[in-house]
Design a binder for this molecule. Structure first.
Ligand SMILES: *[C@@H]1O[C@H](CO)[C@@H](O)[C@H](O)[C@H]1NC(C)=O
Ligand SMILES: *[C@@H]1O[C@H](CO)[C@@H](O)[C@H](O)[C@H]1NC(C)=O
Ligand SMILES: *[C@@H]1O[C@H](CO)[C@@H](O)[C@H](O)[C@H]1NC(C)=O
Ligand SMILES: *[C@@H]1O[C@H](CO)[C@@H](O)[C@H](O)[C@H]1NC(C)=O
Ligand SMILES: *[C@@H]1O[C@H](CO)[C@@H](O)[C@H](O)[C@H]1NC(C)=O
Ligand SMILES: *[C@@H]1O[C@H](CO)[C@@H](O)[C@H](O)[C@H]1NC(C)=O
Ligand SMILES: *[C@@H]1O[C@H](CO)[C@@H](O)[C@H](O)[C@H]1NC(C)=O
Ligand SMILES: *[C@@H]1O[C@H](CO)[C@@H](O)[C@H](O)[C@H]1NC(C)=O
Ligand SMILES: *[C@@H]1O[C@H](CO)[C@@H](O)[C@H](O)[C@H]1NC(C)=O
Length: 821
């Protein structure tokens, strides 16, 4: 072996050698005992042979530092000494001559150690895969892969007995193969088992591994093939990237992708889609909720009877201003609407047999029981009432939750002023408030009176409740829960049909407040009430100028309906394609078309990249791009693919593809689950249609009987852009610069390889002309293209009916990351 002193820190040190051995055999960089890293010397690090990973001190909120192995470019950190243990500015990480690796504070105290003294450890290496290994003559004695902190990387084997930790949260894998997230090592809040058909397999030593291509797999000697647990949304894409699985400080487990050298990480999969379902996220007595459409949850106290434990950190939880011990006999039950408490054993279920225990009994029982701190009454008709007897309460409030919760407090009750709303923060004078409150009260009195009259006439007590709630909910911006009857009435018994979407027929309706709406009658929903409501709340929490807004829903018996805002100008296809049946004289000028293309791209960008529960649309096509009275594009039908696909993608066949022919990305036909890049492909086809005014799968003599996209690319290459443009536009004023940009973006979007396609945000930039667009490679004409065009020629000219859909059991995992509840 040849000794090379490479580290410039040598010059600054008197005590230790900073030397690097280049092993003749494997090319690994070896660190010898007696070496140390100092916080004070910021240029020091121990690196892997190709500098893919390096171990050095990271500066946290000064003055504290942690020794971590970080990926090239400075992030992410994949391991840290003592799982984030910190030292002061005089601290160091020392590889002692005894073979022990220790993290030492400036005061000299040992903060963390590897515990490898006197085991003959003679060297340490940081491998190219990120593993820090301490070895003696016989082999590895200790490694960071075997002692993970909060992250695992590709090539790392995560076995039973290992734990990822972050604060009070932990992640582990059970003998059964279940993956679990726990709070305080005792409360599981996420427990994902194997598919029931697999659970018959008796696993012997399951190992979880993250593949470099972005797939999370479970290996076991008793399994013939590894089981896929989850897909990153960008799986299979990118070459020089690192993928990690990390238990974050917020208690959620995520898969991240980082491009080498970039120093940035992007979340590509998350265990709990709904952050508020992480037990204890808001601390004891904290209530988790979302502020309007903002994606990050907020933590609040249940009422003014509580105060924050730490006013600077709302996640630390809340405490009662007056302790229960100090008001024995004078307790009261505070009511929190649309809220539930996350499970925490022991928890008793009261009267599961009683159909309607009633809200008052649920709170009354808890008030009477000395051991009860809180209760939750489900208002979904089941009459279930849960009683909490432990003094740690993790609350979740969401307008879509069909339950009411109670917390025992010392009176008098001081409810929070108002639920968080998007438009909060208006500056109004006191007298205005008084006036508003008074008139609201008056309004309610009148309303209640009207309701009472209505009740008496109809004799339907329960219906009135629904109507009352509906009104309140509509006012707050949350989705309204309509009864089937109400929707029947507002659509005049489903009289005026607006069209047939892929998920069911759409009817025009008018609500009692004269708002015009589009009511979609969903077909083929296999999911239960609870799942449906969760999806509805996801969809309704997605607000964007270029997305159609969900006003409300109905879930009653087998009826599942969605109520959307009404779009005056219908769908884009009506303006693009000349239809044999109805020669619609509608024509959109180029300027409008360009704005529509841009708007739709922005809507999709929001769905993919900016909203809380990222959504892959799975059915982007002109029929699903609606136009409001000013011809602004609004994407519709997002989030619905998930409603129809409860099924595991592993058992999916080619005959079960959901999406619309012509717009399906090649990878869908190759049986891979759709990702956001599949939407990009579909969107690219829409761009081509916007320019050309022709269906992308129509094969005509004009296109020399070739696929429109292939033909258009050739014409573009020949410089014949005018030949591609919709003939009806040719006599008009056209911004050729825009047309060119749209076509270039289109050809990038319809690339065969998902990784070659841009993200939607990149597409927006391309369209806006922020950056120059490179010349795209030709879209491929290959075997994959054949089935598309074959189907296309066989199809009828109009295909907006549901019959044109091939069922595609898209993987819920790949669609939106796994949301398991
Ligand atoms: C380091 O990089 C070189 C050149 O890119 C490559 O040939 C070599 O295999 C890499 N070494 C390791 C350990 O990955
Ligand atoms: C490290 O030393 C500083 C004082 O120098 C002290 O405030 C801090 O608590 C110590 N940290 C640990 C983990 O011992
Ligand atoms: C190397 O470490 C192992 C424990 O991991 C120990 O059993 C073995 O005796 C050590 N070898 C030497 C030469 O110290
Ligand atoms: C992970 O497990 C596989 C198969 O058991 C093994 O070949 C591989 O060496 C292990 N990796 C590490 C880093 O221990
Ligand atoms: C965590 O559990 C331990 C006992 O296992 C308990 O003493 C501690 O209070 C719990 N932590 C919290 C925050 O409840
Ligand atoms: C594994 O998870 C499933 C839910 O996915 C659950 O029903 C089962 O009880 C769990 N098994 C164990 C051993 O935790
Ligand atoms: C699974 O294996 C364990 C130990 O190998 C055994 O005790 C248990 O009975 C087995 N379970 C089944 C269902 O075969
Ligand atoms: C909710 O968001 C609005 C701004 O959109 C802000 O003014 C308000 O303070 C937020 N509410 C809470 C509780 O964070
Ligand atoms: C489990 O796998 C079977 C086929 O082996 C499939 O029919 C079933 O739908 C799957 N269930 C889930 C929940 O993924």
């Amino acid at each position: 072996m040849k000794l090379q002193t490479r580290d410039h820190s040598l010059l600054h040190s008197f005590v230790f050698f900073f030397s690097t051995f280049i092993s003749a055999i494997a090319g690994t960089t070896t660190i010898s005992p007696g070496t140390a890293l100092y916080v004070s010397n910021t240029t020091q690090s121990w690196s892997s042979p190709n500098n893919t990973f390096s171990l050095h001190f990271l500066s946290l909120l000064p003055p504290s530092f942690t020794a971590a192995i970080v990926y090239s470019g400075g992030s992410p950190a994949v391991w840290s000494a003592g799982n984030g243990a910190t030292v002061d500015s005089a601290g160091s990480l020392r590889f002692l001559p005894s073979g022990n690796l220790v993290l030492v504070n400036g005061s000299g105290s040992t903060v963390w150690e590897s515990g490898t003294s006197d085991m003959g450890v003679s060297s340490a290496t940081l491998n190219e895969n990120g593993n820090l290994v301490l070895s003696n003559a016989t082999g590895s004695v200790w490694s960071s892969f075997d002692n993970p902190t909060d992250t695992i990387v590709p090539f790392q084997n995560f076995t039973t007995g290992m734990v990822l930790r972050s604060g009070l949260f932990s992640f582990s894998i059970l003998r059964s193969g279940n993956l679990t997230l726990k709070w305080n090592d005792s409360v599981p809040y996420w427990d994902q088992g194997l598919n029931s058909s697999m659970s018959a397999v008796n696993l012997s030593s399951p190992v979880l591994g993250l593949q470099q291509r972005g797939v999370l797999q479970l290996f076991d000697p008793n399994l013939s093939a590894p089981i896929v647990v989850a897909y990153s949304s960008d799986y299979g894409e990118g070459t020089d990237v690192l993928r990690v699985l990390k238990l974050d400080g917020d208690g959620n487990l995520r898969a991240y992708t980082s491009k080498r050298g970039s120093g940035t990480v992007v979340s590509r999969w998350v265990a709990l889609q709904d952050q508020c379902e992480v037990f204890g996220y808001c601390g004891d007595n904290g209530v988790c909720s979302y502020n309007g459409s903002r994606s990050d949850p907020i933590c609040r106290c249940p009422s003014q009877n509580f105060e924050m434990v730490d006013p600077n950190d709302s996640r630390k939880g809340c405490r009662r201003k007056v302790r229960l011990e100090d008001c024995v006999g004078k307790e009261a039950m505070l009511q929190v609407h649309h809220a539930r408490f996350l499970t925490y054993p022991p928890q008793f279920l009261i009267n599961p047999e009683v159909f309607f225990i009633g809200i008052s009994a649920c709170s009354g029982n808890c008030l009477a029981a000395g051991s009860c701190f809180a209760s939750t009454s489900l208002s979904d008709g089941s009459g279930l009432c849960y009683i909490k007897t432990t003094n740690f309460i993790s609350g979740y409030q969401n307008p879509a939750l069909p339950s009411t919760s109670y917390i025992k407090v010392c009176g008098p009750l001081a409810p929070n002023s108002a639920p968080p709303m998007e438009n909060a923060g208006w500056k109004v004078h006191g007298w205005v408030v008084v006036l508003v409150v008074l008139s609201t009260l008056l309004g309610f009195l009148v309303f209640e009176g009207g309701l009472w009259l209505w009740c008496c006439r109809n004799g339907k007590g329960l219906g009135s409740f629904a109507a009352q709630y509906a009104l309140l909910e509509y006012a707050s911006g949350a989705p309204v829960h309509f009864s089937y009857k109400e929707l029947q009435r507002s659509t005049k018994r489903f009289k005026e049909k607006l069209g047939d979407g892929g998920f069911g027929a759409v009817y025009k309706g008018a609500l009692t407040n004269q708002t015009v709406v589009a009511v979609k009658q969903l077909e083929g929903i296999h999911q239960g009430e609870k799942q449906f409501r969760m999806e509805v709340s996801t969809i309704s929490s997605t607000h964007h100028l270029n997305l159609v807004r969900l006003v409300g829903f109905c879930s009653e018996g087998h009826h599942r309906l969605l109520v959307y805002e009404f779009m005056k100008n219908g769908s884009l296809d009506k303006f693009l394609f000349v239809n044999e049946e109805q020669q619609s004289g509608k024509l959109l000028k180029w300027g409008y078309r360009f704005n529509i293309a841009l708007g739709a791209a922005k809507g999709l960008t929001y769905l993919h990249e900016e909203c809380r529960n990222c959504i892959v649309h799975c059915d982007v096509k002109p029929e699903n791009i609606l136009l409001d009275e000013n011809y602004n594009a609004k994407v519709s039908d997002f989030g619905l693919a998930k409603l129809l696909s409860p099924v595991d993608h592993r058992h999916r066949t080619l005959t079960t593809v959901r999406g619309t022919r012509g717009y399906l990305a090649p990878e869908w036909l190759a049986s891979l689950p759709p990702t956001s890049k599949s939407d990009v492909y579909s969107y690219g086809m829409v761009l081509l249609e916007i320019v050309s005014g022709r269906r992308n799968f129509e094969i005509s003599d004009e296109t020399s009987r070739r696929k429109l996209s292939i033909w258009a690319y050739d014409e573009f290459e020949k410089g014949n852009i005018m030949g591609i443009i919709d003939r009806r536009l040719v006599s008009q004023e056209i911004n050729m610069e825009q047309v060119k940009r749209v076509l270039l973006a289109c050809f990038w979007c319809i690339q065969e390889l998902p990784s070659q396609r841009p993200t939607m945000s990149k597409v927006v930039q391309m369209l806006e002309g922020v950056s120059d667009i490179e010349r795209p490679p030709a879209p491929k004409v290959n075997s994959n293209a054949t089935p598309i065009s074959t189907i296309a020629t066989a199809s009828a000219p109009t295909y907006s009916s549901s019959s044109s859909l091939i069922d595609f059991e898209a993987s819920p995992l790949a669609l939106e990351g796994a949301r398991r509840t």
